[in-house]
Design a binder for this molecule. Structure first.
Ligand SMILES: C[S@@+](CC[C@H](N)C(=O)[O-])C[C@H]1O[C@@H](n2cnc3c(N)ncnc32)[C@H](O)[C@@H]1O
Length: 458
């Protein structure tokens, strides 16, 4: 007898075929729950690079354009007023458990519980990591209370607060976080006629228009049945979704051996991001990075008796020049970004020297002096002290029998701390007098290449 896992999978597969999706005979669902990875897709025969694995017509996408709720009286206008993920969350809250939903066989396959830190009751294991400050649980709760509840109350024929509660809101938000796509395909004829209608607008409308354009750039947020059944593993990506006029096409981007898992990519994400968005981490993630708090750098780089106004001026100058941000990023190269060095120099400069920089609108070169080095060493040590455990202790603990959540938190901590310790080592062993030409080669002006210091997309 077929298990629930198999039955739900085969009902969904049939629904795809019945609704004109094309699915290759070279793939099937496989249960990867022994690896804590749920359902995934496996190659049932050898697959050549460039083969189409499946094509999903746009009529199967669940979005604010296709959801039942969008066609209910005055709901299109209500959805239009909401921003971010809220419109799609509301549509999903309405339809996820409806027996009459067109997407029922698909929704039946989606999980209702998640291993993301959003649902952890104890965040101790993540102390000091880049995950904690970005979980966003309070913001999400507030969004439900302030934006969603008034709509639910105003439409009692459509919603029931007992069913459409905060828990369901978090489930739908988490599904969108881990399963949705932006359909990047642009129908040029539609977007140009939209632009025409937007002529002659006020300032507020200009801002709205900018937000609309940003959304338009990203593409339509949608759940894409089947495309979201592929797992991700850093370094193992062998398939990719192509946004074509006739639908969304998953193609192999490498030859795949029979029996191998078919992996999509969720992006070049560090373990902190994989955990926060998807609830899992990779062993040895080459995209790991560590964030250094801009505020900590300011505290350590400025002298203790620094005039407050001068400090603020220095920060504004650095921000205007694009050097300073909420945090600096150090990645697996273990190199201090030149922007960090410049920020330390500017913040530690005397009033006279700083005023000359401002007058000339010129940033100093990222030169590693002994003073700068001392500040950076203290900064890295301060960052390391925030975890409350040492790298050695973490490495020992992960060899034991941690729970799945503990293991994921340990991998994040180990990844971040390894970068911090290696950066500390190379900084102390290189010494301030050694050749820093690789850093100094980087241009030090307002046109500074920010690529090494981009805010991590979290
Ligand atoms: C887009 S879905 C993929 C399908 C999913 N496995 C399922 O059973 O519905 C993304 C989710 O799959 C799981 N996942 C993906 N790749 C994984 C991996 N390498 N290890 C563990 N879980 C993974 C995570 O739970 C993630 O949030």
């Amino acid at each position: 007898m077929a298990s629930n896992f198999e039955k739900a999978g085969s009902d969904f597969w049939q629904w795809l075929i019945d609704n004109k999706a094309a699915v290759s005979d070279g793939i099937a669902f496989k249960d990867y729950s022994a690896e804590n990875a749920g359902r995934g897709v496996v190659a049932t025969r050898s697959i050549k690079e460039g083969e189409e694995l499946f094509t999903i017509p746009r009529s199967l996408l669940f979005s604010t354009k296709t959801a039942q709720l969008a066609s209910k009286e005055d709901m299109a206008a209500v959805l239009d007023e909401l921003d971010g993920w809220s419109p799609l969350i509301l549509c999903m809250m309405y339809e996820l458990d409806r027996e009459d939903s067109f997407w029922k066989p698909y929704f039946d396959l989606l999980p209702r519980s998640f291993s993301t830190p959003m649902f952890w009751t104890d965040l101790d294991a993540l102390k000091g990591t880049d995950v904690v400050k970005k979980i966003g649980k309070q913001e999400a709760d507030q969004c439900y209370d302030d934006q969603i509840v008034p709509i639910l109350k105003a439409h009692p024929t459509l919603f029931d607060l007992k069913i459409h509660n905060k828990e369901l809101f978090h489930v739908c938000g988490s599904l969108i976080m881990a399963y949705s796509f932006h359909d990047e395909y642009k129908d040029e004829s539609v977007s140009s006629s939209n632009k025409k209608q937007h002529n002659g607008t006020s300032d507020d409308e200009d801002e709205d228009e900018e937000a609309d354009e940003e959304e338009e750039e990203e593409g339509l947020l949608a759940m894409v049945p089947m495309a979201d059944m592929l797992n991700h593993k850093t370094g193992y990506n062998n398939a990719r979704l192509f946004h074509e006029p006739h639908g969304l096409v998953m193609k192999s981007i490498k030859d795949i051996t029979q029996g191998d898992q078919v992996y999509n990519t969720y992006g070049d994400l560090c373990n902190a991001d994989l955990l926060r968005k998807y609830g899992f981490t990779d062993d040895n993630n080459e995209h790991d990075l560590v964030e250094i708090d801009g505020e900590d750098l300011v505290t350590l780089a400025c002298s203790e008796d620094e005039d407050m106004d001068l400090k603020e001026e220095k920060i504004s100058f650095l921000m205007d020049e694009g050097v300073m941000d909420d945090y600096f990023v150090i990645d697996g190269d273990h190199e201090i970004p030149p922007e960090m060095i410049i920020a330390v120099i500017v913040l530690g400069s005397s009033r006279d020297v700083f005023e000359k920089m401002v007058a000339k609108e010129k940033l100093p070169k990222p030169k590693m002096t002994e003073k700068v080095e001392q500040v950076l060493l203290s900064l890295l040590k301060l960052r390391l002290s925030k975890y409350g455990t040492s790298l050695k202790e973490d490495l020992e603990q992960i060899q034991g029998t941690p729970t799945e959540n503990e293991k994921n938190a340990l991998r994040v901590r180990i990844g971040e701390k390894t970068i911090l310790e290696n950066t500390l080592d190379s900084l102390s062993s290189s010494g301030s007098t050694s050749d820093k030409s690789s850093l100094e080669k980087r241009p030090a002006s307002s046109s500074l290449d920010q690529s090494s210091n981009k805010k991590a997309k979290k």
